[in-house]
Design a protein around this ligand. Sequence first.
Ligand SMILES: Nc1ncnc2c1ncn2[C@@H]1O[C@H](COP(=O)(O)OP(=O)(O)OP(=O)(O)O)[C@@H](O)[C@H]1O
Length: 253
Amino acid sequence: MTTIGPIVESDILLALEGVTVSFDGFKAVNDLSLYISKGELRVIIGPNGAGKTTVLDLICGRTKVSDGSIKFHDREVTRMKEHEIVRLGIGRKFQTPSIYEDLTVFENLEISYPKGRGVFGALGFRRTAAVIERIHEIAETIFLKDQLDTKAEILSHGQKQWLEIGMLLIQDPELLMLDEPVAGMSVAERVKTAELLNRIIEGRAVIVIEHDMKFVESIAHRVTVLHQGKVLAEGRMEVIQEDPKVREVYLGH
Ligand SMILES: Nc1ncnc2c1ncn2[C@@H]1O[C@H](COP(=O)(O)OP(=O)(O)OP(=O)(O)O)[C@@H](O)[C@H]1O
């Protein structure tokens, strides 16, 4: 496992400070501060209802903060629309894969290729050699290079999850957020997903919400434990696992 030292301020890609969100007076996230560095794979764990998914919803602009600041590269994103946040370089994968079942793996990746950039935006989308090369590169990364012509509907559950990760990767996000990526996967698929995440971390940051502790051990650089909308503990997995507070509310059960 990779271990990282203290966070260096200049490396911070995403900074949440004093973030609170209230739903009818109930604070699902309560004065939360969280800093994610470039090249970091952060896992957020915690009991049901701790506020994990809500934190991702806040970062991607799906839910608006009641109070506090969220900065990506020093740009305040709390008032931006979801699509503007995507364009800044924040990609989000939800629990259920949202792929196009009736399209092939190739077509699913092609449809996700960013069209607003460079000459493509001005001239309309074309299947150029560069696009095809990029699709092949991504397909290899997500273990689907031999399935490029396969319709997505006949992929296994795990392969569908990888395809959706590929659809995000092709947009080259600087921050990728994944909500329970290995839920429902076989043991072999979980091992390959850990390999995939360790492979894609270069040049970006990844935030993963996960309940599978074996998987968390195999990927996490640093773990944040949420409880009642607050950070209960944060640090390396070995330390977190021994923390009595964490054992009491989560791991000990
Ligand atoms: N849109 C909403 N309106 C009202 N309450 C909400 C809303 N979204 C989340 N909540 C509440 O906020 C709390 C935190 O929910 P959240 O889904 O973020 O938890 P979680 O840690 O992701 O849990 P799980 O592990 O079960 O997915 C829960 O009590 C939930 O019911």
